[in-house]
Design a binder for this molecule. Structure first.
Ligand code: HEM
Length: 224
């Protein structure tokens, strides 16, 4: 029986705010709503490309736009567990897989835009560029690390791997976050522009630091 239904509660049977938000998050319209919301940046970029309203350098706008959204969705994915536990919203866990898959979707789109618009799909040029520019190499490493995570984000893969191994594998998302920040930092270092990088680095440090603190407090037992 939920705690708020106990006799003596000051406002009768009214559940606490977190429980009400959590119940609202379980509404069947929330997941499709989030799916549509996550597609809005894609629709915006596609519309801009089709109507030629992406500014003087549409290729750069597409590459940078998809890169920005990859990083934003990565931050949102990493925020699910801290928010779920700190705010008492267990239902948030329902959205983690979708957010993770959208992170991969935008990362793949980002790579596709680069390979097409910057490199004209010439594989030899892409390979040379990866070897020549460290920030491209680091971005590629991040994308490659995301591949097994996206491929094993379905229930059948979780069952096949077993929960423990699946959890260990999915810790690679922390390395993806580190590589993503390094990629962004290196790219902006050429322009001596670190403000945005600093903001994303602080958000990611906070989200990973929170896990580290919890993990230490639990005697280094697995954090879920
Ligand atoms: C998890 C993977 C990745 C993330 C999170 C990411 C994120 C970003 C971000 C945030 C930017 C800067 C956008 C801005 O300036 O507003 C960017 C730029 C860029 N990224 Fe990535 N990226 C990733 C993977 C890759 C990969 C795999 C490639 C290509 C192999 C790549 C190539 C580029 C290029 C060419 C730019 C633009 C550089 C410029 O305009 O000078 N990225 N990326």
């Amino acid at each position: 029986m939920p705690a708020w239904t106990c006799a003596g509660s000051s406002d009768g049977n009214r559940p606490p705010p977190a429980a009400r938000v959590d119940a609202a998050l379980r509404h069947r319209a929330v997941k499709p709503g989030l799916l549509l919301l996550a597609l809005v940046p894609f629709a915006g970029l596609l519309h801009g490309a089709v109507t030629n309203t992406l500014g003087a350098n549409p290729a750069e706008a597409l590459i940078r736009g998809t890169g920005d959204w990859t990083l934003r969705l990565l931050c949102l994915t990493l925020a699910v567990t801290p928010l779920r536990q700190a705010a008492g919203l267990p239902s948030l866990a329902r959205f983690r897989r979708m957010l993770g898959l959208f992170t991969f979707f935008y990362a793949a789109l980002h790579m596709l835009c680069y390979a097409w618009l910057d490199m004209g799909f010439v594989v030899a040029d892409i390979v040379r560029d990866i070897a020549k520019r460290p920030f491209i190499l680091v971005g590629t490493a991040a994308l490659l690390l995301m591949l097994p995570l996206a491929a094993t984000s379905f229930n059948r893969a979780i069952r096949a791997l077993g929960a423990r191994r699946w959890q260990l594998l999915h810790r690679a998302v922390y390395a993806v976050a580190g590589l993503a920040i390094l990629h962004f930092f290196w790219m902006r270092a050429g322009k001596n522009d670190f403000v945005e990088v600093g903001v994303y680095a602080a958000v990611i440090a906070l989200l990973l630091g929170w896990r580290l603190v919890r993990w230490r407090a639990a005697g280094f037992a697995p954090v879920r």
